[in-house]
Design a protein around this ligand. Structure first.
Ligand SMILES: [Zn+2]
Length: 113
């Protein structure tokens, strides 16, 4: 499962950070998840709970920011917001879009003790 390995990656980052910054408890994890990343939020929440169990982030509250995707529309010569990769331009209906963001998956913030 995609979400499971994503959470394992997050845990690795947390453990590395914990060593570097010498904290031993994570209170809150804020994630930026692009709408084009293919991540399912309920699956991500479930995986987070499973993967963090027994770790320093076991009690951590998970907050997920869904980041809208940006694309460049050739017709409008402007940047527009899209909800899916093969969406038409919401302004002019053109399919000549170049998606420029929306597939990010990253830790935005770690609140630690
Ligand atoms: Zn357009």
């Amino acid at each position: 499962m995609h979400e499971m390995s994503l959470c394992e990656g997050i845990l690795q980052i947390i453990q590395t950070e914990a060593k570097a910054q010498q904290f031993n408890k994570v209170k809150r994890v804020v994630l930026d998840i692009g709408v084009l990343s293919g991540v399912e939020i309920p699956a991500l929440e479930f995986s987070f709970e499973v993967v963090m169990r027994g770790s320093i982030a076991e009690q951590a509250e998970l907050q997920i920011n869904e980041i809208p995707a940006q694309a460049w529309c050739m017709q409008c010569a402007d940047s527009v917001t899209v909800k899916q990769r093969y969406d038409a331009c919401p302004e002019c209906g053109s399919y000549q879009l170049q998606v420029s963001s929306g597939d990010e998956m990253k830790i935005k913030e770690l609140e630690v003790d």
